[in-house]
Design a protein around this ligand. Sequence first.
Ligand code: UDP
Length: 244
Amino acid sequence: MTVNKVSVLNVNIDAVTMMQAVEMVEGFFQSSDKTRLVATANAEMVMMANEDNELNDILADADLVVADGAGVVWAARHQGDMMPERVAGFDLVQELLKKSAEKKYKVFFLGAGIGVAEQAKAKAEMKYRGVNIVGIRDGYFKPDDEENIIAIINALKPDLLLVALGVPRQEKWIKKNLEKLNVKVAIGVGGTFDVMAGNVKRAPLWMQKANLEWSYRLFLQPQRIFRMMAIPKFMLKVMLGKKD
Ligand code: UDP
């Protein structure tokens, strides 16, 4: 599949639909040459990448970067580029779990607080009958535990490793361990397990459709105000057409 890339403040985003993104990830499951890194970019991540060279390089090298946030879709279209739709990381994960139930792809959940990945797994097993979640591990480990965690993951040979350590830690963790990991695809999934476990709510669908999901997130987690200040800055930078 040839995919058009759209540069949003110097971060290349793949112009794909949800269906195409799922198809691409399934294609990565079939190929055996290397571990693929998938990132889900929103305005905060793009702004962070503008300041953080390591994150910027990771996104530039990523095998797939989807438009996770409404802000990124808006920015692409504002520039006159084609961006078919928002591909929210949470929704992408749900679609891949459905595929796992159908085709038995092996999935490993790494990250979030103690017990959260476990609860997310239990909920997924009820929702997607036959989903093949082969292992879980919380995200509050010491650097000394890392080798052991990677050995556990590798022994299970998952097709898909979901890493929920927050941005940009999860992307940096995946990149650092890319060569050591015996998995087909690794995706940084942020708060996905918290939502799946039922600890954090996603905005109602009408708010998602009205591009207001960010405001609901702010309402539920007001402590995010400082990091969310990146959103108006992002919009301003896009409108001023800065390409630095
Ligand atoms: N997290 C973790 N280990 C850490 C820091 C964070 O497992 O050392 C988890 C945290 O519990 C949460 C997720 O990473 O489940 C980050 O969620 P958030 O909604 O903040 O994601 P972001 O907006 O950064 O993508």
